[in-house]
Design a protein around this ligand. Structure first.
Ligand code: PRP
Length: 285
């Protein structure tokens, strides 16, 4: 039977989370001995562990069918691949940074300046659009050192927590674009491989849908049920089950983490009792 070949980052910011996502999708991968190629035990899938900046090329060529990597690498490599799903992890921004004692005066600050980066295409396109002339110094990594050693006046790189900038005496001047991990696919999958990708996507979506949400159960007097239903719309509408105690019902629903405390306060105000909040592992809509 055909196996779908997925490329994920060998080591770095996305590697562990990419494997975690496969685990959440019920796909068991053992990579104890750091092999660069392995097979899933319970899903027709081969896993390649690669450098993330090589993944777009491998997927374009069909060496790998699909891949997980930062969207920033997809933009930079500009290969003919398809982004099929935003994955909601590995969030970062691509920013311009300058030495912390410099006074930043706006984008024109960079006119005729040298900027070191591993993302020359993204940066080049950005400044070209703005009509600002910069000299780009392309580096493979350790970009933050460039200003300190006199190679560049500023840098353009991934910022996540900002601690690398801080440790290297830099400050963020402009955020150019935000990025997160994405699933990409070769554009010419066979029907068998497309079906496997659909199966994987179904599982990824079920996992993502459950993220940032909680399952809530509570008891209320029957007369306030209409108000409670307004507060807890749920997926379709809340489930309402009569309690043995006459005049009371149990209401079950799904609630977003963002609204959580506000809604709980409102529920209590309406006399809800015995409120239970449970994490959701998967949610199939
Ligand atoms: C990125 C980037 C910075 C660092 C920023 O490196 O090149 O060095 O992360 O993160 P922070 O704002 O949380 O300090 P990454 O770990 O992805 O490795 P690489 O770019 O060298 O492959």
């Amino acid at each position: 039977m055909d196996k779908i070949k997925i490329a994920i980052q060998k080591s770095g910011r996305l590697s562990e989370k990419s494997l975690d996502l496969l685990t959440e999708c019920g796909i068991r991968v053992s990579n104890g001995n750091r092999k660069l190629k392995t097979e899933a035990r319970n899903f027709p899938m081969e896993i390649f562990f690669l450098r993330d900046d090589d993944i777009p090329q491998y997927v374009e060529q069909g060496v790998a069918d699909i891949g997980i990597l930062g969207e920033n690498e997809v933009w930079e490599k500009d290969k003919d691949v398809q982004i099929v799903e935003q994955l909601g992890f590995g969030n970062c921004r691509l920013s311009l940074a300058i030495p912390k004692d410099e006074q930043y005066t706006g984008l024109d600050y960079f006119n005729h300046k040298r900027i070191a980066t591993s993302y020359p295409k993204i940066l080049g396109r950005f400044f070209q659009k703005k009509g600002i002339d910069v000299k780009i110094e392309e580096l493979g990594g350790s970009v933050e050192i460039a200003t300190g050693i006199g190679l560049a006046d500023g840098i353009f790189d991934i910022v996540s927590t900002g601690s690398t900038l801080l440790m290297n005496g830099l400050k963020e001047a402009e955020t150019i674009v935000r990025s997160e991990a994405v699933l990409i696919s070769n554009k010419h999958l066979t029907s068998t491989l497309s079906a496997l990708l659909e199966q994987l996507l179904f599982r990824i979506k079920a996992y993502k849908n459950g993220q940032g949400k909680k399952y809530v159960l509570l008891n209320v007097r029957n007369e306030v049920i209409p108000d409670i239903v307004q507060l807890l719309p749920g997926m379709r509408s809340p489930s309402i089950l009569p309690l043995a105690d006459k005049g009371w019902s149990s209401v079950h629903s799904v609630i977003s983490d963002d609204d959580f405390w506000e809604v709980i306060d409102e529920l209590k105000r309406h006399g809800a009792e015995g409120i239970l909040v449970i994490p959701i592992e998967k949610m199939i809509l």
